[in-house]
Ligand binder design. Structure first.
Ligand code: GN1
Ligand code: MG
Length: 370
């Protein structure tokens, strides 16, 4: 896109003053992100984001959710007397022409939003046990702060973490075989399908009225957190998927990336294993802030949640591979298949640690009731 168009987009938002040209930022799989700096000293710098409207089709709902969540968290932090609030919660910028509107639709029908850039912050691909413990506290806190949100949030992506729905999408992808790839991955499909019923436990418990939905982040991978230079958690970012869901989402999705001894798309499966030390550190932190509102069935479900997310991600990557790579950005033709195998390997490895996970949780809960 040319500079004039970008200037026009940037100019729609109620910024503090004139800004520089924009530069690309970050590496999400879904949205495109840019940085815009203020020319004047003492004014904030900004992040401009193109919203992927193919995926987030209801942009009004999306931005209403995000503004409700960030406003609510801001009030909680103010009540706590937190310093530097702009570093601990995202600040979205409304339009110049309408202070209640937080996105701009350009002449080509593309959607844009603007937020304040948090300086001296880093994202990470990996965490150590100490950091992981703090992240556990932070996510427990995030859920606790949102427990009394007065408005009902919409589902920005309906059935986003619904395992039954994700399996249905996989079955359809297999039946359609749009890219002609099914024949090469028959074993993998079979192995995944063999555990399908077991992995749909959350949906069953919900139907039986035993498992509630709460407001969750729903994309808690490590790189959706900002840290300061000393490894302290600053802020939870990437709020597009904040919506009502099982708490399993935030536990499982974080551990999917954090407790993997390699990366999400590691081609060498020997390097992909479950890191129990990270699990233990995260869960002991999480239970500190979350056990006040969690039900026993949610606590018991933690090992299941830890298995569920690599499994679900394997299902989603495989579905996209079979559909011909229409959803996730890929860097090479077999990327989604490599991702699937890595996530499936992680799932198997988590499963081998079920007893250890259970024993650990029991110990933490016993320690807390003393
Ligand atoms: C996507 O946008 P990003 O890269 O943070 C995806 C997540 C997946 C993740 C896998 C809206 O997240 O659900 O877990 O990729 N987000 C959406 O890396 O589908
Ligand atoms: Mg992200």
């Amino acid at each position: 896109m040319d500079t004039a168009k970008f200037k026009d987009i940037v100019g729609q938002f109620a910024l503090a003053g004139p800004t520089t040209d924009i530069v690309p930022l970050g590496a999400g799989l879904i949205n495109d992100t840019y940085r815009v700096n203020s020319l004047e000293k003492g004014k904030p710098d900004y992040v401009l984001q193109h919203i992927n409207n193919q995926i987030f089709t209801d942009v009004d709902m999306l931005m209403n959710n995000i503004v409700a969540v960030t406003t609510h968290i801001r009030h909680k932090l103010e009540a706590k007397g937190m310093a530097d609030i702009d570093r601990h919660v995202l600040t979205y910028i409304p339009l110049k022409s309408d202070a209640s509107k937080y996105y701009y639709r350009d002449g080509e029908g593309k959607y844009w939003r603007m937020m304040i850039y948090i300086h001296d912050s880093v994202t990470k691909k990996e965490v150590n046990p100490t950091t992981s413990h703090d992240v556990g506290i932070a996510f427990g806190d995030f859920q606790a702060m949102l427990a009394d949100l007065p408005v009902k949030l919409g589902e920005t992506i309906p059935d986003f973490h619904n395992m039954e729905f994700r399996l249905q999408q996989l079955r359809e992808a297999v039946a359609n075989d749009a890219a002609g790839r099914v024949k090469d991955v028959k074993d993998l499909i079979e192995a995944i399908m063999a555990d399908a019923d077991e992995m749909c436990r959350a949906e069953r418990l919900h139907r039986e009225g035993k498992l509630p939905k709460r407001i969750c982040h729903c994309d808690t991978k490590v790189d959706n957190l900002l840290f300061d230079k000393d490894d302290n958690v600053l802020c939870v970012i990437d709020l597009d998927t904040v919506m009502p869901n099982f708490v399993f989402s935030d536990i499982g999705d974080f551990l999917r990336s954090a407790a993997n001894t390699s990366c999400e798309d590691e081609p060498d499966l020997d390097k992909v294993n479950f890191n129990l030390a990270i699990f233990e550190a995260f869960i002991s932190g999480y239970l500190k802030t979350a056990s006040s509102f969690l039900l026993p069935i949610e606590i018991e479900g933690i090992p299941y949640a830890t298995e569920l997310f690599p499994y679900m991600q394997a299902v989603r990557f495989l579905t996209d591979y079979l559909n011909g790579d229409t959803y996730y950005k890929i860097q090479y033709p077999e990327h989604n298949l490599v991702r699937t195998r890595a996530q499936y390997k992680l799932y198997r490895s988590v499963k081998e640690h079920e007893l250890q996970m259970r024993a650990f949780i029991k110990g933490v809960m016993a320690g807390m009731s003393k």
